[in-house]
Design a protein around this ligand. Structure first.
Ligand code: MGD
Ligand code: MGD
Ligand code: MO
Length: 752
C-alpha cells in the first residue's frame, strides 16, 4: 500500500499559469529546452503535426492562437518526443517477468522503443530481431490458423487514416472482420444511439456552431482535463452571451472557472466563471433528468401553445413525436428525484434555460456512454434537442466529444467489426478481392473469447488492451494463452509483458516524428471530433533511423502474408489516399480536396448541413425509453472509474491530480463526507473496494479514502487500477460498451 499525501483542497480554477508551467516542466524533463520549443511551436499549426492527445478540433486559420496547445496536449507530446530510449541491454538484463513487475507509470518513463523485439516460445527474455524476420513470424502464425477468425486485430485511436485504411484492408484480405477498437469502450453508445435516431453516429456541431450557441449543456464530461482546448471555445460562447451548464456528480474545476492560458487576462485576471448552473447529478441519473426536461418542455408548450416547440421542424423532419409525448405525459417525480439526486427546482431552473435558448448544444463524453443504459440516455438527450429543433442550425446540436485524437477517422477508414456492406463492396471493387461479410468481434466479445481461450493470434495497432479492458485477470489469462501476441507501439506498457507463447513488440514512429520514405517526406491525415480532416506532419528526428511508420509495418506484414502488392503504398501515402477516396464515405476525391484546401477540409454531415436524416424512415426519430436508473441498497455505493489530470488513459504521466488536490499516488477513492460519516469511515483511512455483479465479487485493495464533494452515494476512483472491478459481462445495452461508470460497490476497511 502506498502512503498517499494528505490531499489538498480541490482547485476551483483550471488552466491559467500553473498549467503553462506544468507543460514546460514536463517538456524540459522529457525533451530538454531546445526540443521543447521546437515541438510546442509546431503543435496544431498548419504544416505541423496534429496533437496526439484528444480529438478536440483545431480552430481554422482565422481563429488560431499562436500556440494552440494545452497542458495535457503538451504532456502527450513530451511523452512521445522524449529523448529517453529503451536500450537492447534493458531486455537482455530483465526477463519478461521482471518487466511485468514494473508499474505502468515506470514502464512509460523508460522511453521510446527503437527496434523490433521477439519473445520466442519458451524464452524468458525478449531479444532483438530484424524487421523481415518479425514480419515472417506474424505471417507464419497467421497462415497456420485454420480459420482467420481465430485472430483478432485491435486498434487504438491514434492511428492515422492512411495506416488505419491499410490495416483494415490487410485484415479483410486476410479473411476476418475481427477489428475491435478502443471506440467499442468509448463512444460506441453515442454512435449506436445517434445512428439510430439521426442517421449519423458523428457529432453534428462544428466549432463555429458551438461558439454561437445560446446554451451549452456539458454532461458527463471533464473537459478541463480531457479536452482542455474545449474550454477556450466555451469561453468564447460565454463571451458571446451563451450560458453553460454542467451536469456532473463532481464539481470539475475546468467547468467551474477557467483561466485561458492563451490570453493575457488568463494570466493575471480572475478567470471566467464558465458554468451558470451545476447540477450535481447522481451517477446514472441522466436519463431521468432528460426525461424530466422533455416533460417540462411539453408542459410549457401545453400551457402556452406555439411558444416552446419548433412545430415546423417536428412536423417536417421528425417521426415518433406522438408516441414520445404520450409516453412522457406522466412523470414520476419521486423516481426522478431519487434517480438524479436533484431537487425538482434545479431541473425546473435548467428547463427555463432551455426555454429561453434559441440554439442549444448538448456535449457529452464517458459519463454518459459507459453506462448500461447509455444508448437510451443519449436517445433521451436527442428527444429534448428535437423538441426545439436544435439540430442542423447555427449554435445547436448533439456534440459527443470523442476521446483519442483519430478515433473517429479510424472508423471512417473501416476500423469497425461491423462496417456496413456498402463499404465492403467498394473495398472489394477497388482491390479485386472478396472481403468477409460476417461481422467480426468487438472489444467486449474479444474479452469473452479470451476468457474461452479461443483467440490464437492477438494483434494490436497501438493501445494497451491488457490494461484498458474490464476483468483484468480474465484478459491477462486469455492473452497468455494466445500462440502469438503482437503490439505495434511507441513505448512499453502492460500489454508487452502479458504475452502469448510468442510475442512481438514492433516499435513505430509517432505523430511528432519526421516520416521519410524512399519517395521523400510523408504526411498523414486525421479526422477530429467534429469531422474536420487535415494533414499532420511530424518534424522531429525519429528515435532510431530504422523505425518504421505504422504504414510501413502493415505493408511489411501484408507482403509477408502475401496479398495485394503493398510496397508502393509504404513509400507514397498519397497513393493510399487515392484509394481511400474511392472507398470511405465522405472522403471522395480525398487527395485533391486536401491539396485544394491547404491541408484540411470539413466532412459533410447530412443532419448538420441539410437536416437530412439517414435513418430507417428518413426522419429524425423521437424515441420512447423506459426510465432506468441505478438504485442502491444501504451500505452500497455507485463507483465511477475516471481519469486523473496526469494520465492519458492507461499512460500515467505522473502521480498527481492537481485539480482534485491529489499528490503522490493514485490509489484513492473519492467519497462524500456524509457517506463517510454514515458508513463509519474516516478520511485518510484505507479500504478495499469490492464490486458486486451477478453474485460475483471482485476486489481492488488498499485505496485511501478522500473526503470529497461528490454527489451523495457516488464514489470515484481512477482507471485503469479499478478495471479489476469490472465484469466482462457487464455491458451497455445495444452498444456492448463495458460498464465503467455506475458499478455497485462496498468499501471494506483494511486493518492497519
Ligand atoms: N489528458 C487526457 N485527455 C484525454 C484522455 C486522458 O486520459 N487524458 N482520454 C481521452 C479519451 S480516450 C476519452 S474517451 C476522453 C474522456 O473524457 P471524459 O469523459 O471527460 O473522461 P472521464 O475521466 O472518464 O470523465 C468522466 C466524467 O463524467 C462524469 N460522470 C461520471 N458518471 C457520470 C454520470 O452518471 N452522469 C454524469 N452526468 N456525469 C458522470 C465524471 O464525474 C467525469 O467528470 O478524454 C480524452 N482525452
Ligand atoms: N475502467 C475504465 N476503463 C476504460 C475507460 C474508463 O473510463 N474506465 N475508458 C475506455 C476508453 S474511453 C478508451 S478510449 C480505452 C483506451 O484504450 P487504449 O487505446 O487501448 O489505451 P491507451 O492507454 O490509450 O494506449 C496507450 C498505448 O498506445 C501506444 N501508443 C501511443 N501512441 C502511439 C502511436 O502513435 N502508435 C502506436 N501504434 N501506438 C501508440 C503506447 O504504447 C501506449 O502505451 O480504455 C477504455 N477503458
Ligand atoms: Mo476513449
Amino acid at each position: 500500500m502506498v502512503d498517499i499525501e494528505q490531499p489538498k483542497k480541490p482547485k476551483t480554477t483550471a488552466a491559467g499559469v500553473p498549467a503553462v508551467l506544468s507543460s514546460f516542466k514536463f517538456g524540459f524533463r522529457e525533451m530538454g529546452p531546445a526540443r521543447t520549443g521546437k515541438v510546442f511551436l509546431k503543435m496544431n499549426q498548419d504544416g505541423g503535426f496534429d496533437c496526439p492527445s484528444c480529438a478536440w478540433p483545431d480552430p481554422d486559420h482565422k481563429r488560431k492562437h499562436a500556440a494552440e496547445f494545452c497542458e495535457n496536449g503538451a504532456k502527450a507530446v513530451a511523452w512521445e518526443a522524449t529523448r529517453k530510449r529503451v536500450p537492447r541491454a534493458f531486455f537482455a538484463e530483465n526477463s519478461v517477468e521482471q518487466i511485468d513487475a514494473i508499474s505502468e507509470f515506470d514502464l512509460g518513463k523508460l522511453g521510446r522503443i527503437t527496434e523490433p523485439m521477439l519473445l520466442r516460445a519458451g524464452a524468458t527474455h525478449y531479444e532483438p530481431v530484424g524487421w523481415d524476420e518479425a514480419f515472417q513470424v506474424v505471417a507464419r502464425h497467421l497462415k497456420a490458423l485454420p480459420d482467420p477468425n481465430d485472430a483478432v486485430f485491435y486498434t487504438s485511436g491514434r492511428t492515422s487514416n492512411e495506416a488505419a485504411f491499410l490495416y483494415q484492408l490487410f485484415v479483410r484480405a486476410y479473411g476476418t472482420n475481427n477489428l475491435p477498437d478502443c471506440s467499442n469502450m468509448c463512444h460506441e453508445s453515442s454512435g449506436t444511439a445517434l445512428t439510430r435516431v439521426i442517421g449519423s453516429g458523428k457529432g453534428a456541431v462544428t466549432l463555429e456552431m458551438l461558439e454561437e450557441s445560446e446554451l451549452i449543456v456539458v454532461v458527463g464530461q471533464n473537459p478541463g482535463t480531457n479536452a482542455p482546448r474545449m474550454l477556450s471555445h466555451l469561453e468564447i460562447a460565454k463571451r458571446n452571451g451563451g450560458e453553460i451548464v454542467s451536469v456532473n456528480p463532481l464539481p470539475e474545476p475546468g467547468l467551474m472557472n477557467f483561466k485561458n492560458p492563451q490570453k493575457a487576462r488568463g494570466w493575471v485576471g480572475k478567470g471566467t466563471e464558465l458554468a451558470d448552473q451545476h447540477l450535481q447529478i447522481r451517477i446514472g441519473g441522466d436519463q431521468a433528468l432528460f426525461l424530466a426536461i422533455g416533460h417540462l418542455l411539453l408542459q410549457a408548450e401545453a400551457d402556452n401553445p406555439g411558444t416552446v416547440l419548433d412545430k415546423a421542424f417536428v412536423e417536417d423532419y421528425t417521426s415518433g413525436f406522438e408516441l414520445y409525448a404520450k409516453h412522457n405525459a406522466e412523470l414520476d417525480w419521486e423516481a426522478v428525484e431519487l434517480a438524479t439526486g436533484l431537487q425538482r427546482a434545479e431541473i425546473e431552473e435548467l428547463t427555463q434555460r432551455f426555454l429561453k435558448s434559441k440554439a442549444t448544444v448538448i456535449c457529452w463524453a464517458m459519463g454518459l456512454t459507459q453506462h448500461r443504459e447509455a444508448v437510451a440516455t443519449i436517445s433521451e438527450i436527442v428527444n429534448v434537442l428535437l423538441l426545439q429543433g436544435n439540430i442542423g442550425k447555427p449554435g445547436a446540436g448533439p456534440c459527443p466529444v470523442r476521446g483519442h485524437s483519430n478515433v473517429q477517422g479510424d472508423r471512417s477508414m473501416g476500423i469497425w467489426e461491423k462496417v456496413p456492406d456498402a463499404f465492403l463492396d467498394r473495398l472489394d471493387n477497388e482491390f479485386a478481392f472478396t472481403s468477409p461479410r460476417a461481422h467480426g468481434i468487438d472489444a467486449a466479445d474479444t474479452v469473452k473469447r479470451l476468457r474461452d481461450g479461443s483467440v490464437r493470434v492477438f494483434f494490436a495497432m497501438g493501445g494497451n488492451f491488457a490494461s484498458a479492458t474490464p476483468d483484468t485477470e480474465v484478459v491477462h489469462r486469455g492473452l497468455r494463452e494466445c500462440d502469438l501476441t503482437v503490439h505495434v507501439s511507441t513505448k512499453l506498457n502492460r500489454s508487452h509483458t502479458v504475452t502469448g507463447r510468442e510475442a512481438l513488440i514492433l516499435p513505430t514512429l509517432g505523430r511528432t516524428d519526421h516520416d521519410h520514405t524512399a519517395k521523400g517526406p510523408q504526411s498523414v491525415t486525421v479526422e477530429d471530433s467534429q469531422g474536420a480532416v487535415h494533414l499532420s506532419t511530424g518534424n522531429l528526428t525519429p528515435p532510431a533511423p530504422e523505425l518504421k511508420s505504422e504504414i510501413g509495418i502493415v505493408a511489411g506484414i501484408a507482403q509477408a502474408v502475401g496479398q495485394i502488392p503493398w510496397a508502393d503504398f509504404a513509400d507514397d501515402y498519397s497513393l493510399i489516399r487515392q484509394r481511400i477516396g474511392r472507398v470511405a464515405d465522405g472522403y471522395e476525391n480525398f487527395e485533391d480536396r486536401l491539396r485544394a484546401n491547404e491541408g484540411g477540409f470539413l466532412l459533410a454531415h447530412a443532419a448538420r448541413d441539410q437536416r437530412v436524416f439517414k435513418t430507417s424512415d428518413a426522419k429524425a426519430q423521437f424515441s420512447a425509453n423506459d426510465l432506468s436508473w441505478l438504485p442502491t441498497a444501504p451500505g452500497k455505493l455507485l463507483l465511477q472509474t475516471l481519469r486523473s489530470h496526469d494520465q492519458f488513459n492507461t499512460t500515467i504521466y505522473g502521480l498527481e491530480d492537481r485539480y482534485r488536490g491529489i499528490h503522490g499516488g493514485r490509489e484513492v477513492i473519492f467519497v462524500n463526507p456524509e457517506d463517510l460519516a454514515e458508513l463509519g469511515l474516516n478520511d485518510g483511512a484505507y479500504v478495499d473496494i469490492v464490486s458486486e455483479f451477478q453474485g460475483v465479487e471482485r476486489r481492488a485493495s488498499g485505496f485511501r479514502l478522500v473526503s470529497y464533494p461528490t454527489a451523495r452515494g457516488c464514489v470515484a476512483a481512477y482507471y485503469p487500477e479499478t478495471n479489476v472491478l469490472m465484469s466482462a459481462d457487464d455491458l451497455a445495452k445495444g452498444s456492448n460498451t463495458p460498464v465503467a461508470k455506475g458499478l455497485t460497490v462496498r468499501l471494506e476497511p483494511v486493518a492497519s
